[in-house]
Design a protein around this ligand. Structure first.
Ligand SMILES: Cc1ncc(COP(=O)(O)O)c(C=O)c1O
Length: 364
């Protein structure tokens, strides 16, 4: 059993993916070209955002977004204490300060009731990570941002395709970013990412920043980076995007089966009302997590810990942390979370085997 079976997925679409790769090679348009334009318009259609701008990774999507928003040294940016490092580390990359906020024990996303107490005159924006495939409480976050004149970025690296009160992830905030890292719900065969916005001025600026701030060939308006996605990756993503809705449904069916089999036996992920997860991860909470993980490994069941160390405890952020800050929920999650295998091609038998083994292990 695989944690995320990309072989099965490739077999399902092999003819189309091989043809798409061959077609780019034959065209020799390895950078930019029509595939990129088509993918960007398909991503915008799918997400409901006005503009989708592809780029080289989910990390570069955050880097470019913060560049477009003109983040300056000493600016304070609100970030969740429990997440992958990329969003907070890109803030630090600009010598701005990530100000960590604890997360909610319900959806594991930033706790919206704890944001306002961290806002100061230096605060410029909020980065809301939509963790494990479920959107953060974006309406509440947008309302707080409006009250204090802040911008909002949704880091939708794990939530592209998710639904929040009728809208798709990546269409709801000033800017949103996603990752096409191979293991993501929509993944390519290398690194890739995208930025989404409804603001045409910002979209224009981000497009320039992605190509060394270039207005037209060799005329540069801004300092930027080379942050483009490869055209071969775009061609692969266009094939996968056609099947993405179906894959989301299959992930949701697998999550539903886990719920049926495990409900009442351990702490399961909860999806808030009005939201639909894409189940980038199926993450449960277990008191004796490390021992149970070991037991599952012995049965050849792969699991993963997202994430074992909270961000404020990472050495990389030690200059940004106030000594008396506490992150009770984030700390508890870092000690108890365990992600079980989930992907669009997992079989019922596999979900049943994982669930049965986990229950037996709990009582053994
Ligand atoms: C929440 C989150 N943000 C950002 C990223 C960074 O994406 P990438 O690996 O494409 O740079 C990831 C990827 O793991 C992620 O999970």
């Amino acid at each position: 059993m695989k944690f995320n079976d990309l072989n099965k997925q490739y077999s399902a679409y092999q003819n189309e993916i091989d043809a798409a790769i061959q077609s780019v090679i034959k065209s020799t348009s390895f950078i930019n070209g029509n595939e990129i334009n088509l993918l960007e318009s398909e991503l915008a259609d799918f997400s409901g955002a006005k503009h989708a701008i592809t780029c080289s990774s989910g990390t570069d999507a955050l880097l470019l977004s913060l560049m477009a928003l003109n983040v300056q040294p000493a600016d304070e940016i609100i970030c969740p204490a429990f997440s992958f490092i990329a969003s907070a580390s890109m803030v630090s990359f600009y010598k701005a300060r990530p100000v960590f906020v604890d997360v909610s024990p319900i959806d594991f996303n930033i706790d919206v009731t704890k944001i306002e107490e961290k806002i100061t005159p230096q605060t410029k924006g909020i980065i809301a990570v939509s963790l494990y495939g479920q959107c953060a409480d974006l309406d509440a976050i947008n309302t707080i941002a409006k009250k204090y004149g802040l911008w909002v970025i949704e880091d939708g690296a794990q939530s592209f395709g998710a639904v929040y009160h009728g809208k798709r992830s990546c269409s709801i905030t000033d800017i949103a970013t996603t990752s096409f890292f191979p293991a993501k719900p929509l993944g390519c065969y290398g690194d890739g990412g995208a930025i989404f916005t409804n603001d045409s001025k910002l979209a224009n600026k981000i497009k320039m920043l992605r190509s060394h701030g270039q207005k037209k060939r060799y005329v540069h308006k801004y300092i930027g980076i080379n942050g483009r996605i490869d055209t071969i990756q775009a061609a692969i993503l266009r094939v996968k995007l056609k099947y993405f809705e179906n894959e989301i449904e299959r992930r949701q069916q697998a999550a539903e089966l886990y719920l049926q089999l495990l409900d009442g036996k351990l702490l399961l992920p909860e999806i808030a009302e009005g939201r639909e997860s894409v189940w980038a991860q199926y993450t449960v909470m277990l008191e004796n997590r490390d021992q149970l993980k070991e037991n599952l490994t012995k049965l050849a069941i792969p699991t993963s810990i997202h994430y074992p160390i909270i961000l404020p405890k990472q050495e990389a952020f030690q200059d940004d942390i106030l000594k008396d800050d506490e992150f009770e929920v984030a700390s508890l999650l870092s000690e108890t979370v365990l992600s079980l295998p989930i992907h669009a091609f997992i079989t019922e038998e596999e979900v049943k085997f994982v669930s049965k083994s986990l229950i037996e292990s709990l009582h053994g």
